[in-house]
Write a protein that binds this ligand. Structure first.
Ligand SMILES: [Zn+2]
Length: 471
């Protein structure tokens, strides 16, 4: 199987690169990036961790070529070798030439040979061209020594950009009505994206329902639970027979997606997010939707999204019942997290103490129960109230937020909508821009595969043997 190579960066990283690569003098400029890797079986993802701008005065800059000293490159190769990372060379074509030049061919050949020999590792490095229009494209060297285009360059910023190597023009007939709103380009991009929905219950199942009817290319579904009688009030497409057969939620949704026949490919993972094989699969995705209650899972997803440079949407619903059929609060929040921005933690969605308590609940339920009983930690309500109507509102708002960042529909800039908090019972709606960068989460930015995964001892490799999921 051929492996697609993908490059990811944040909106801030792209802005810094573009400021350097296009100084408005009509001449080329060059930069380097150190990238973490997700070395998957069908996708090799490079995530920008650190950028090194090559000063103009060190280069011989022309309108159609650039020569630069390699001293900084070799220092970066050494760091890449030590950390199992990749080096990406980026330069501009200020005239908009949208191909590699003959000069680039010679330069890249030397670059790739030097990369392999300095890092003593056959895994890919990349060379990227930036165009004034904002498009970036690139290539790596295949194992047989040929140039291989990067399948995708993605940017997770206030807007989310996906630049495929070979843009497709095909809009399927079923998508015609929503293509009129979102535009054909957005539809063709979505047709090739791999999205993951973690949590396939109350807010997860309507999110999945929207994604495949919008024509998303691939859906990864993660949820370890099977359908219970208590889920029939809100899991879209679940049936009584699923309860009787204890069918996993991910398989219920997979069945509906296949039966509808709109061509979405499904990877159904009936396992916990903290299974290392699941983490690695999620890390290959182009966008993450978190539809989970667990504080620990939300924190893990936030870290994962930073570590592998993926845009992350978190959907949360809060219903407080008074126990007598009355209600004290109906609210929800949509958070969009950029890999180098603020985090759920720094936004105050939860604290590190909450994360640790939830981790304890998962790892050692007896000790957790003891601590709750003795009042050291507040217990989680495992049978919280849930109403499908409320779930669907916030699931819809979450997917709408993603669509706006692909193809803006609202008047106000995306930057002001990092967090939306809406109360349906108390009639308020607040939106907030991104806060300061979270130093707990975003210090993992672009680091890629770590040992242990995400730098978290809880994600050791022991669990994967049990499930037999491999990549
Ligand atoms: Zn060039």
């Amino acid at each position: 199987m051929s492996v697609d190579v993908i490059l990811r960066m944040t909106g801030s990283q792209k802005a810094a690169l573009y400021q350097h690569l296009f100084p408005d003098d009509g001449r080329e400029a060059v930069a380097l990036a150190l990238c973490g890797r997700r070395d998957g079986p069908d996708r090799h993802c490079l995530s920008v961790c650190k950028i090194e701008l090559i000063p103009y005065e060190e280069c011989d800059r022309r309108a159609d070529s650039i020569t630069w000293p390699t001293g900084r490159l070799f220092v970066l190769f050494q760091e890449a070798a030590r950390r199992g990372m990749a080096v990406v060379k980026l330069h501009s074509h200020p005239g908009g030439y949208d191909q590699f030049s003959v000069f680039d061919d010679a330069s890249d050949k030397e670059f790739f040979e030097a990369a392999v020999s300095w890092t003593e590792n056959p895994l890919p490095h990349a060379s990227v061209i930036a165009l004034p229009c904002g498009r970036m494209f690139g290539r790596c060297q295949s194992p047989s020594g040929q140039f291989q285009p990067l399948e995708l360059v993605s940017i997770a910023g206030d807007s989310i950009e996906y630049w495929f190597d070979q843009p497709s023009e095909f809009v399927p007939e079923f998508a015609d009505r929503h293509a009129q709103v979102l535009g054909n380009t957005t539809i063709t991009i979505m047709r090739r994206l791999r999205a993951v929905v973690v949590g396939c219950s109350g807010t997860g199942s309507p999110t999945v329902e929207q994604f495949y009817r919008l024509g998303i290319g691939e859906l990864v579904l993660v949820d370890p639970d099977h359908v219970g009688i208590e889920n029939l009030n809100r899991i879209v497409n679940s049936r009584e027979a699923d309860v009787l057969r204890k069918r996993p939620k991910v398989h219920v949704l997979e069945r509906a997606i296949h039966a509808t026949g709109l061509g979405t490919t499904v990877i159904a993972l009936p396992f916990d997010l903290t299974d290392p094989a699941v983490i690695r699969q999620v890390a290959t995705c182009d966008v993450i939707f978190g539809c989970v209650d667990s504080v620990f899972a939300r924190h893990v997803l936030n870290k994962l999204a930073s570590t592998y440079c993926i845009p992350y949407f978190d959907i949360g619903v809060g219903l407080k019942a008074d126990g007598n059929g009355g209600i004290s609060h109906v609210s929800g929040a949509i958070n969009y997290l950029q890999p180098d921005g603020s985090s759920l933690l720094s936004r105050g969605a939860f604290s590190l103490d909450d994360v640790q308590a939830d981790a304890l609940r998962r790892a050692n339920p007896d000790e957790y129960a003891d601590r709750v009983a003795s009042g050291y930690i507040a217990g989680a309500d495992v049978a919280r109230p849930a109403v499908i109507t409320v779930n669907m509102i916030f699931s819809g708002l979450g997917v709408f937020e993603f669509l706006n960042r692909l193809h803006q529909m609202r008047d106000d800039p995306n930057a002001g909508f990092a967090m939306q908090r809406i109360s349906l019972s108390h009639s308020f709606s607040d939106v907030y821009g991104d806060g300061p960068r979270c130093m707990v989460v975003s210090r993992y930015l672009g680091q890629g595969d770590l040992q242990p995964l995400l730098g978290m001892p809880e994600l050791s490799e022991a669990a994967e043997v049990e499930h037999g999921v491999r990549d």
